[in-house]
Design a protein around this ligand. Sequence first.
Ligand code: 10G
Ligand code: SF4
Length: 315
Amino acid sequence: MKRAPLTLYLAAPRGFCAGVDRAIKIVELALQKWGAPVYVRHEIVHNKFVVDDLRAKGAVFVEELEDCPDDRPVIFSAHGVPKSVPAAAEARAMIAVDATCPLVTKVHNEAARHSADGLQMVMIGHEGHPETVGTMGQLPEGEVLLVETEADVAGLRVRDAGKLAFITQTTLSVDDTAGIVAALQARFPAIVGPHKEDICYATTNRQAAVKAIAPKIDALLVIGAPNSSNSKRLVEVGRAAGCAYAQLVQRAVDIDWRALEGIRAVGITAGASAPEVLVNEVIDAFAARYETVVELVETAQENVEFKVPKVLREV
Ligand code: 10G
Ligand code: SF4
């Protein structure tokens, strides 16, 4: 039977960012240096495929530092940790390696600097997300007020409207965040902030690529995990840009082929924690069912690279 034609628009940039690349490398190098098991507090990045692969190599994933023995190395995930976590590791004389992305650390430092200047912090982020928990945990409890939506801004009760600064999670929707920042600035004209927000280059670029393919496609598939914030934002950005069918899939097996019946053009992207093998798996699954043509839609080139911590550089 003749297969239907289908164009796959492949977003670029997509997939691993420099912070994810570095974090995975840190776990691999730690395993080489110290042997298994190496403990990792929280999923090193939010992707089951990545986690399973590292687990098979000897990494043990736990949610809390208390679940790690004193005598094995522990790695903190790319999302960052509250200050209390490295402090507790130090108190137990553990070997701890911080895989927090340097761009998240930059936000931690911003918060600390503003607080030292006597400003109260407002964080734009998602409650309970490990990055938000880690960033808010740079300052004493209650020092950082969290807002998730524009509506939350109206309900903020601040110490002194003239002494405020804001920071953001790095993986937010650029457009939604702009709205929240505008609401903050409207209510607190003196609020201090970063130039625009703290959303990182990788998040910004992946969202821009989705916006560029949205007008060309009938459906968008975002390869990423259900707990991956930046991947979920890509789905939302796709929908907001006019793509009515935008879905998160972890791998090819998750594709709902029935929902795609009759389509002619599909957009494919991947969250910052999704490995390229899974993108290829999805492309192959389409190629097995359709007469596919792949077109790359490149809206930016990335050449960011982060060094691993000193302790692992000689490995
Ligand atoms: O998008 P989130 O923050 O949920 O994380 P991820 O592991 O899916 O992707 C990499 C992004 C980070 C490590 C947060 S800066
Ligand atoms: Fe770093 Fe951005 Fe990647 Fe987060 S999404 S790990 S901030 S580069």
